[in-house]
Structures are given as structure tokens and as C-alpha cells.
Design a protein around this ligand. Structure first.
Ligand code: AHR
Length: 500
């Protein structure tokens, strides 16, 4: 099998935000996972866990989406500002019916972004909120003049405005966000986005419109049609981004399978569903191309990842699951797809950062583990901000059962600052694969500067609390450079990164 790369054929810039994250008020995602409060025994900075911060800095989080998800459409931001003992409490109706004390609100989220050095993506409440509420939230965070919300922010201790990069009008408005029909949502979107003012013209907020959660393109077509109708030239349908959600639910919603015990039996089904991301992206790209020929609107896959049955004995509303080699492969395959579609796909946010669904970090009390997905994100860092270069396979056979076929190898390559980063995944559960990687037009010697692998004996291997790490990033040395070809041997179920 051969992988042919042409370092001269540049195919777009890989926006660093393709490696973004999502954290919702759901289970132990925010509380315990990220935020433990200033008085906690767990070492923290302004209430945010130091161990988690340090780990997240290792993978260089580019952007964080908050406060939901479904939670966003019941969140009233004013409940989460001001003295903590006076903040309203609410029931988190979507996720376990637990009490939300609002101790993590706008100031805490934006402090977290500051500590991570990442961009802020706020998801507004269209379901039970209003244009006024969203408009005032933007004014509170970014207002510069003399205005009621700006004064309120200052009274709450924040003199300078924050920079808000992205703001979404609703979440899954076709489902938990209000069960809306697409034409109705489109009108609400057009109306609401009007009042999201730019207080800092040099840093306009990027407006995000809700897209579909399946491969059915009716939502996309209807929303774009309505948003483009009589829209003034240059407004590209009043939006900067259009979202897609796609989860790897390996079996059915009723039986999603266990995160660890079914990693083996649902291996190919899981990877097949991960690969389906490309179909959804392509379908939406095709429609966007009809309306937005200049490519102004970015696709934003702001929820993706593996979704399994919750860990036995945990609150079903908390969506806590382990993370195995299967998740490492889902991440590798998905990130390669995003890279390959970087011309249109400009942001993606894994669901979710800590303790929820396919997380990069899991915590339990004072303990923390880095998951296999964490290590894949770490290995893929070199792609961020790079230029995608052309790559294609010859002889990449299809494997897996009839109802879940997948290509044996996935790959993507990019160039940045004179370094070519190549990532490859072997999707086979048990077969190693020998691959000839031919790199044309590298214009320098084929010197491998770094090579890493995430791999483990069993596909169900994972990292657990109180135990030595099983799955981690290791040095990769199963390759030989011969002229302009690198002969690589990829072990079964592995994700590999090489830099030249
Ligand atoms: O990530 C969990 C949930 O999945 C989100 O709240 C929702 O948007 C999606 O259905």
C-alpha cells in the first residue's frame, strides 16, 4: 500500500480551531472536572483545578465552547454573575435534574479561557431566552462605552471588556433547543443575530447559525434559503459559521454499548460511524457551495465524539464514560477528515473536554487521568495552523464486516514552518500494515525530526485512576527512510505521527 504526498500541492489552511473543545454544565464536566471552587483542597487557580489546567495546556486548547449543549437553551446568564451567595439556583432539567448553583458563570468561564490562552465560544439561549437577553450578554462581556450592562460588568469587578470570538444563536434548535422547524429557526436566527452588536470593530464576533445533526440536508437547505433571501450583499446569510453535530453511537441509542467491554465487539461499527463524518461534511459543503460561492461561511462541527452507555453505577444523566484505544482511533480518523476538509471546516469542538462523553481528561476527586484521546490531540498539534498538502493512497483496502466497512488506513499531512506533519491511523483491529510513504517536492532531506505512536495491546485498553498509565504517547521507530520513500509499519489499531 502506498501513500503519496505532494508537499507542493497546498489545499488550504488548517485552522487551529479544528482542535477545539466543548464543555457543558453536564454531570461532572464543569463542576469537579474543571471548577472546584476557590476553597477546595484540590489545588486551584481562582477555583479552576491546576492539574487539569496543566494537562490542557499540554495540548494547547485553541477554543472552548460553553455553556451547552442542551443546557444553553435554559441558561440565563444573569443568574451566573455577581456575588456567589446571591446567585440563583436552578434545576438542570436536561442532565440528571441536579441543582445548578451558578457558581461557574460568565466571569469564571472567561477566566478559564484566559488561563488556557484560548478563544471563547459562547452559546446563546434561543430556546427560553430572547434577543434582548443575548444582546445584553454580548454588551456585558464586550461593551466599551457607558451602558447599563457595561456598568454592571464593572460593578462585578471586571473593568476591561473581554474579547468574545464566537457566539451561537441556539443549540440543536431542531431538538432539545426548541423542536423548531427550519424556516421558523431561520427567521429567529435572522432576527436575533441583528442585536449581537460589535463593540470592538477590530474584533467582530463571529456569528454561528445552528445546522443539522443528521445527514438529512433538509434543515441545511431550508435554513440557508431563508437566511439568504433578500439578505444584503456581503452579509453571507447573516452568518459566519454553520454547525454540524455528529456522534459515534456505535449501535442504537437504546443500546450504545459499553465504553470498555464493547470496544472490541463494536470496533468496526464505531469506526464506520466515525468515517460517516465525512459524508455529513460533504453533503453540507455541497449545499453551502451553492449559496456561499466565495467560501465565507465556515462549517463548525461543534459537537463530535463517541457516545456510549454511561459507566455502570454512575448517574445516567451525567454521560460519564471511559475512553479506550477505540476512542484514540475515532479521534485520529475524525481529525484527519477535518484536516482534509479545512477549506470549509473551520472549527470543531470535541464533546466534551472533561468527564463527559469522549473526554481528553477524566477526574475522580483529587485524581486525574489523561485519556487515549488526549494523546491523539497532543500528537496532532503540529497540524494546527499548517497548510494541508495533497495526499492519496493506492491499494488502501477496505476492511471490516459487510455492514461496517472502513478503509484500512486514514491519513492527513500538512506543512508549517518548514516541517511536514503526517498523521496516520491503522483501523484494523488485528492486522499490522506496511505502508510506503512517498513524499514529493519536500525540497529538503527526508529527515524524520519526530515520530510518535499511540497504541496498546488490546483495543479496550484505557487509563484508570490509581493505576499506571496504559495508553500513552510513545516514540515510534518502525520506519526506514529509503530515498524519497519512508517504509512504515503501522501496528494494528494505532495512531502514528511523523514529522519531517
Ligand atoms: O453533548 C451532549 C449533548 O448532545 C448536548 O447537550 C446536545 O447538544 C447534544 O445532543
Amino acid at each position: 500500500m502506498k501513500l503519496i504526498i505532494d508537499a507542493n500541492k497546498r489545499e488550504g489552511v488548517i485552522n487551529p480551531e479544528l482542535y477545539g473543545h466543548f464543555s457543558e454544565h453536564l454531570g461532572r464536566g464543569i463542576y469537579e472536572g474543571l471548577f472546584v471552587g476557590e476553597d477546595s483542597d484540590i489545588p486551584n487557580t481562582d477555583g479552576i483545578r491546576n492539574d487539569v489546567l496543566e494537562a490542557l495546556r499540554e495540548i494547547e486548547v485553541p477554543v472552548l465552547r460553553w455553556p451547552g449543549g442542551c443546557f444553553a437553551d435554559e441558561y440565563h446568564w444573569m443568574d451566573g454573575i455577581g456575588p456567589k451567595d446571591q446567585r440563583k439556583k436552578m434545576v438542570n432539567t436536561n442532565w440528571g435534574g441536579v441543582t445548578e448553583d451558578n457558581s461557574f458563570g460568565t466571569h469564571e468561564f472567561l477566566r478559564l479561557c484566559e488561563l488556557l490562552g484560548c478563544k471563547a465560544y459562547i452559546n446563546g439561549n434561543l430556546g427560553t431566552g430572547s434577543a434582548k437577553e443575548m444582546s445584553e450578554w454580548v454588551e456585558y462581556m464586550t461593551g466599551t462605552g457607558i451602558s447599563p450592562m457595561t456598568e454592571l460588568r464593572k460593578a462585578n469587578g471586571r473593568e476591561e471588556p473581554w474579547k468574545i470570538d464566537y457566539f451561537a444563536v441556539g443549540n440543536e434548535s431542531w431538538g432539545c433547543g426548541g423542536n423548531m422547524r427550519p424556516a421558523y429557526y431561520a427567521d429567529l436566527y435572522r432576527h436575533t443575530q441583528t442585536f449581537l452588536r460589535n463593540y470592538d470593530p477590530k474584533n467582530p464576533i463571529q456569528k454561528i447559525c445552528v445546522g443539522p445533526g443528521t445527514a438529512d440536508t433538509k434543515w441545511t437547505k431550508t435554513v440557508l434559503d431563508a437566511c439568504y433571501e433578500d439578505a444584503p450583499a456581503g452579509t453571507h446569510g447573516f452568518m459566519d459559521y454553520f454547525t454540524i453535530h455528529h456522534y459515534v453511537v456505535p449501535d442504537t441509542w437504546e443500546h450504545k454499548g459499553d465504553a470498555v467491554d464493547d470496544a472490541d465487539s463494536l470496533w468496526y461499527k464505531s469506526l464506520n460511524k466515525a468515517r460517516f463524518m465525512e459524508t455529513i461534511i460533504e453533503k453540507n459543503e455541497a449545499i453551502l457551495d451553492q449559496y456561499d460561492r466565495e467560501g465565507k461561511i465556515g462549517l463548525c462541527v461543534d459537537e463530535w465524539g463517541g457516545w456510549y452507555d454511561v459507566m455502570k453505577g454512575t448517574n445516567p444523566g451525567f454521560l460519564f464514560q471511559q475512553n479506550t484505544m477505540r476512542d484514540a482511533l475515532i479521534a485520529g480518523v475524525t481529525l484527519d477528515i477535518f484536516n482534509k476538509h479545512c477549506k470549509r471546516v473551520r472549527m470543531a469542538n470535541i464533546a466534551q473536554m472533561v468527564n463527559v462523553l469522549q473526554s481528553v481528561i477524566l477526574t475522580e476527586g483529587k485524581e486525574m487521568v489523561k485519556t487515549p484521546t488526549f494523546y491523539v490531540f497532543k500528537m496532532y498539534k503540529g497540524h494546527k495552523g499548517g497548510e494541508l498538502v495533497s495526499s492519496y493512497f493506492t491499494g488502501n483496502k477496505e476492511i471490516g464486516p459487510d455492514d461496517a466497512r472502513v478503509p484500512m488506513v486514514s491519513a492527513s499531512a500538512s506543512v508549517k514552518d518548514g516541517v511536514l506533519t503526517l498523521t496516520m491511523s491503522n483501523l484494523s483491529k488485528e492486522e499490522n500494515v506496511d505502508l510506503d510513504v512517498q513524499i514529493d517536492n519536500l525540497n529538503c532531506s527526508m529527515k524524520v525530526s519526530e515520530a510518535k505512536i499511540v497504541n496498546s495491546a488490546k483495543v479496550s485498553d484505557h487509563n484508570d485512576f490509581g493505576k499506571a498509565e496504559v495508553v500513552t504517547e510513545k516514540t515510534f521507530d518502525a520506519y526506514k527512510v529509503e530515498g524519497d520513500v519512508v517504509k512504515v509499519s503501522l501496528p494494528a489499531h494505532s495512531v502514528v505521527m511523523m514529522q519531517f
